[in-house]
Design a protein around this ligand. Structure first.
Ligand code: TXA
Ligand code: MG
Length: 338
């Protein structure tokens, strides 16, 4: 593996693209300081240039050379890095030998930068060996289901990258939680949850002692979404949040109580199938024991499986709206969007 990673480090240093494993999903990586390489990421993904990229740093010290961290951000980093938490901070304005010049394409011209220190050992070693900041969105065509295995990456964009590193199935299964420290109405700090993930709002609140904003409940469909998804006014806060995303080729139907003939079933809990069925389509249970962490881990594999099976409609059984369930429902809700 180390030889392959040296090769990957060389490709990145020369401005190439490497698909790499992280603990959340596979990323499409480039040297974050190389404008041409970063531009290629947008082309390969078909990603709009207003949607900025996450930068992966080797550790907090490295992160502090490109972003401005206050005490709250440091506290979050100390608690959750390396791990599936992305922190949005002001872009460091200082320039000089010690400072890296992140390509403005990475931040889509914003004055804030999204940074995380990933926990996957392969990615950690690659960051160390290369000495680079690696910009990496999920390694899928924009709008499609994110990859949680090297096979997913190869099927989607394998022919468009210089190397795909196989680091096995990702453990988390969904993208990192994204958080930003903002000032609240009373002048104190609050956390704004820009994207839910496997690090939950409750965990962020417990570590920081701060209120976490960004989750609003929509009772019509019983689905909760980050506020950012519901209000266009907050678009600059989370440029990627309004897009249809994570979409399989099939249509997706949420909170399905009854399954119709021929539909694919994404189950949760012991009873994936329901009602009298004459013509049952493919069934993929996210977690037979009703474990939300396991369901997140298997979510995209389930959506990829349904596409392989060629179903026209995926009926998703109800998934509880608590803890990691918020992140799962967020992804499914966007997969279902027309
Ligand atoms: O788990 C992850 O975060 C994965 C792995 C590869 O690290 N990456 C990932 O990247 O999910 P991507 O590009 O699929 O999603 C990045 C999200 C987008 O919604 C983008 O709008 C947001 O992060 N983002 C990036 N930079 C930002 C910034 N400066 N301010 C606010 N949001 C930002
Ligand atoms: Mg993505």
């Amino acid at each position: 593996m180390e030889d392959e990673l040296r090769k990957a480090a060389k490709i990145l240093a020369d401005g190439g693209l490497v698909a790499l494993p992280t603990e959340t999903v596979y990323g499409l990586g480039a040297d974050a300081c190389n404008e041409t390489a970063v531009a290629r990421i947008f082309v390969v993904k078909g990603r709009p240039q207003f949607n900025p990229l996450i930068v992966h740093a080797v550790d907090l010290e490295g992160a502090e050379k490109i972003g401005v961290f206050g005490p709250v951000e440091r506290q979050l980093a100390a608690a959750f890095w390396p791990g599936p938490l992305t922190i949005v901070v002001p872009l460091s304005a200082e320039r000089g030998e010690e400072k890296a010049e992140i390509s403005p394409l990475v931040t889509a011209g914003l004055s804030a930068i999204a940074i995380r220190v990933p926990a996957h050992p392969v990615m950690g070693l690659l960051l160390r060996l290369s000495g680079l900041y690696i910009a990496a969105p999920s390694a899928n065509i924009s709008g499609r289901v994110s990859p949680t295995s090297a096979a997913h990456v190869i099927a989607d964009i394998g022919d468009k990258v210089d190397l795909v590193i196989d680091g096995g199935e990702t453990s988390e299964g969904i993208e990192s939680t994204i958080v930003k420290v903002v000032s609240g109405v009373d002048g104190g700090n609050e956390l704004l949850l820009l994207r839910p993930g496997t690090i939950t709002a409750a965990q962020l609140s417990e570590v920081s002692g701060l209120k976490v904003r960004g989750l609003k409940f929509r009772n019509d469909e019983g689905v909760s979404l980050p506020e950012a998804l519901l209000s266009k006014a907050s678009l600059p806060e989370a440029p990627g949040a309004l897009l249809k995303h994570y979409a399989p080729k099939a249509d997706v139907r949420l909170n399905a109580d009854e399954i119709n003939s021929g539909e694919g079933v994404l189950g949760f809990g012991p009873e994936a199938e329901t009602g009298p069925l004459s013509n049952l389509g493919p069934v993929f249970n996210l977690s037979e024991t009703g474990d939300l962490r396991e369901a997140a881990h298997r979510l995209y594999a389930g959506l990829h499986y349904m596409d392989e099976q060629g179903v026209g409609m995926i009926a998703v059984r109800p998934i509880p709206m608590e803890g990691i369930g918020l992140a799962i429902n967020d992804r499914l809700r966007r997969a279902a969007q027309n």
